[in-house]
Design a protein around this ligand. Structure first.
Ligand SMILES: Nc1ncnc2c1ncn2[C@@H]1O[C@H](COP(=O)(O)OP(=O)(O)OP(=O)(O)O)[C@@H](O)[C@H]1O
Ligand SMILES: [Mg+2]
Length: 553
C-alpha cells in the first residue's frame, strides 16, 4: 500500500480529494482528453474553468483550461440501444463504466515545484495522469497579488475570492484591444483598466471619448450614474478637453479646456482619412493636395468661400489643372466642415502643444466629443488630426532623447473607440493609427482600441495587439479576428462564444500569465474607494454631520 506521505508527494496537498478524471489522450497542440470520473458530476463543469493535472512521472503540475465537454461510451451501440432508464442498477453500471464524459483541456502553464514561477508548457502529462479542478490557491498563485503595477480587473468564473491582476507595465508596452458586441461592457472595463493605468502612473493616456463614457458622470441605459475618470482623480491627474462646450457644461462636466481647430491647421492628410465617409473619389482625394499647394494654408476657407477666392478658383479651372466638376464636388462635400462648430476660421491656437505638454508631464487627457460623437466623420477627423500631431511630437522628443538632448517621453496610450473605422485593411497601411500599431513601442506610443467588430480591423494590426480583453462576440468572423495571430487560441473559441452577455471577458496575451475568463470587476462605490481617491461629497457630508452633532446638542 502507498503511504500517505508518498501520496502527498505525488498529489500535493490534495490527498483526500478524488481527481475529477484522468488523462486518456490528446496532444499539446490540440488539447488533452480527460475521462471524467463517474463519481464526479460532469454537469457541474463548464468551459472556461481551470484544471490542474499532476504529471504521473514527475512532480510537475500542468495548468489547463476546459475548452470543451463531451459524452463518450466504450460501446458504440449505446447510441442506438440506450439502457432502460427505469432500472437503477443497469443505469449505475452503464454510468460508471460504459458511458462517461470527457473534457477537452488546453494546457496553459506548468509549475515545477511549489516555489518556481509558472512556465509555458512545452510537454504534456503522461497517460492516466490525475486531473483536478484548480483550487483558488492554484489560480491565485498564477495571477499573483495586486501591487503597484498589477491591477485587479476581475475574478475567474466561480472563484469570487481570487483576483485576476493585469500586469499594467506589459499592458501599456504594446497596443491592446477591448472587443465585444454592443452592450457587453467594453466601455466599463476600458474605464476600469484606465483607472488602473492612471493610478499606477505607468503611462499617460489620451482618450478619444466618443460617447461621453470616460470623463464625467457616465449614465447607463437605466439612468444609473457612474463616476468618470475626472471624478475618480480630482487631483489634476485627469484633464477634460471638450469639443462641444455647451453639451459638456450642460452635463455638469468640469472642463479644463475647449478644443478649437483653425481651418488653416487642417492638412490634406487629415481629410484623406475621411474620403470614404465624405464620398470623395480617388481623383478628388488626389486633388486635395494640389488645392492645398496652390491655394495655400487657407485652402479650406477658400473652397468654402468663407474667404474670397473666386478668381483663384477660376484660374485653377482655366489652367486645366483641375476640372470644374471635381472642384465643385469637393466644395459640396466640404460643406460638412460648416457643421463642425469646433472648426474656426484662421490659424487656430496652440491646443496641440498644450495637449502634448499635458501628456508629456503625465497628465491624462479625456477629449469629450459631446454631440459631435454622433458624427463619425467628426470623430475620425479630430482623432486623426490630434494623433498625427501628438505622435509627431513624440517621435521628435524620442529622437532628442536618444541624442541625449531631452528626457524620454512618458509612455502614451491612445484610446480609440470604433477602431475598425481607423484600422480598416484598406486604410490601415497609410494612417497614423496603423503606423502606431505596427511600429510597436518604438516611440513610446501605443493604442488601446475598443471595438465591436474586430473583423473589420486589418489583420496585420490585429496580430500586433499584445493583450486582448474580449467580451461576448457571436459573429464567426469577429471571433476569428479576436484570436488572429494568437497561437493555439482556436481552442478558446468555444469559451468566447459562451460568455455571458455582460460583464464577462476572456483576457489573453501579453499582460496575463495565461488566458482567463473573468467576471469583470464591479464599477461601483467599492471600486471608487479601492482606487483610493476620497469621494469629495461624502467627505463633505461627513464633515457636516460631524459639526451638527458637535454644535447641535
Ligand atoms: N463592470 C461593470 N460594473 C457595473 N456595470 C457594468 C459593468 N460592465 C457593464 N456594466 C453594465 O453594462 C452596461 C453596458 O456596458 P458598456 O456601456 O460598457 O457596454 P459597451 O460594450 O461599451 O457597449 P457599446 O458597444 O454600446 O458602447 C453598462 O451601462 C452597465 O450598466
Ligand atoms: Mg461603449
Amino acid at each position: 500500500m502507498i503511504e500517505r506521505s508518498e501520496l502527498e508527494d505525488i498529489l500535493g496537498p490534495r490527498v483526500d480529494e478524488p481527481p475529477l478524471g484522468i488523462v486518456v489522450g490528446g496532444s499539446l497542440s490540440s488539447g488533452l482528453q480527460v475521462k471524467i470520473d463517474p463519481r464526479f458530476s460532469m454537469e457541474k463543469l463548464a468551459v472556461g474553468r481551470y484544471v490542474v493535472i499532476r504529471g504521473r512521472q514527475t512532480n510537475r503540475r500542468f495548468f489547463g483550461i476546459v475548452t470543451d465537454i463531451a459524452l463518450d461510451a466504450t460501446n458504440p451501440d449505446i447510441v442506438r440501444r440506450p439502457p432502460n432508464l427505469s432500472e437503477d442498477f443497469v443505469l449505475e453500471v452503464y454510468g460508471s463504466e460504459v458511458a462517461f464524459g470527457t473534457l477537452n483541456v488546453s494546457l496553459m502553464l506548468m509549475l515545477d515545484d511549489e516555489q518556481a514561477e509558472p512556465r509555458p508548457v512545452k510537454t504534456i502529462p503522461s497517460h492516466f495522469s490525475p486531473t483536478f479542478e484548480a483550487s483558488a490557491q492554484d489560480v491565485e498563485r498564477v495571477f499573483g497579488e495586486e501591487d503597484e503595477t498589477h491591477f485587479y480587473v476581475g475574478t475567474p468564473l466561480d472563484m469570487e475570492q481570487v483576483q485576476v491582476n493585469l500586469d499594467l507595465a506589459r499592458f501599456v508596452e504594446r497596443s491592446s484591444g477591448v472587443f465585444g458586441k454592443s452592450g457587453t461592457g467594453k466601455s466599463f472595463i476600458t474605464r476600469t483598466v484606465l483607472a488602473g493605468i492612471i493610478k499606477s502612473g505607468l503611462a499617460a493616456t489620451l482618450i478619444f471619448d466618443m460617447h461621453n463614457d470616460y470623463g464625467w458622470a457616465v449614465k447607463d441605459e437605466i439612468g444609473r450614474e457612474f463616476k468618470g475618470l475626472r471624478q475618480l482623480f480630482p487631483d489634476g491627474r485627469v484633464s477634460v478637453v471638450t469639443l462641444d462646450e455647451d453639451t459638456s457644461r450642460a452635463r455638469g462636466s468640469k472642463i479644463d479646456r475647449v478644443l478649437k481647430i483653425g481651418y488653416e491647421q487642417i492638412e490634406p492628410e487629415d481629410v484623406e482619412m475621411l474620403s470614404s465617409l465624405l464620398g470623395l473619389s480617388d481623383i478628388q482625394t488626389g486633388a486635395l493636395y494640389y488645392l492645398r499647394r496652390t491655394l495655400g494654408p487657407s485652402w479650406i476657407a477658400k473652397l468654402l468661400e468663407i474667404e474670397k477666392a473666386d478668381e483663384e478658383l477660376q484660374d485653377l479651372i482655366e489652367s486645366g489643372r483641375i476640372v470644374a466638376g471635381t472642384l465643385g464636388a469637393i466644395q459640396r462635400k466640404f460643406e460638412f466642415f460648416r457643421r463642425m462648430g469646433f472648426l474656426i476660421p484662421g490659424r487656430g491656437d496652440d491646443a496641440v502643444e498644450d495637449i502634448f505638454l499635458r501628456l508629456s508631464n503625465g497628465t491624462n487627457v479625456v477629449l469629450e466629443f459631446g454631440n459631435y460623437g454622433n458624427t463619425m466623420a467628426a470623430y475620425i477627423l479630430v482623432a486623426n488630426y490630434l494623433t498625427r500631431r501628438i505622435h509627431g511630437r513624440y517621435v521628435h522628443q524620442k529622437n532628442l532623447a536618444s541624442g541625449g538632448k531631452a528626457d524620454e517621453p512618458k509612455p502614451l496610450v491612445i484610446v480609440i473607440e470604433e477602431a475598425h473605422k481607423f484600422l480598416d485593411p484598406k486604410i490601415a497601411s497609410h494612417t497614423i493609427f496603423g503606423t502606431i500599431a505596427r511600429e510597436l513601442r518604438k516611440y513610446n506610443v501605443t493604442l488601446l482600441i475598443v471595438d465591436q467588430r474586430p473583423s473589420g480591423i486589418d489583420d496585420e494590426v490585429m496580430s500586433q495587439i499584445g493583450t486582448r480583453v474580449t467580451c461576448l462576440l457571436d459573429n464567426e468572423a469577429d471571433i476569428r479576428a479576436a484570436f488572429s495571430g494568437v497561437s493555439g487560441a482556436s481552442a478558446l473559441r468555444e469559451v468566447l462564444a459562451r460568455l455571458d452577455t455582460r460583464q464577462q471577458a476572456l483576457i489573453l496575451g501579453h499582460a496575463v500569465p495565461m488566458p482567463v475568463v473573468v467576471r469583470t470587476r464591479d464599477y461601483d462605490q467599492s471600486f471608487y474607494t479601492a482606487i483610493g481617491v476620497a469621494d469629495a461629497n461624502s467627505l463633505r457630508d461627513r464633515a457636516k454631520k460631524g459639526s451638527e452633532t458637535l454644535f447641535g446638542e
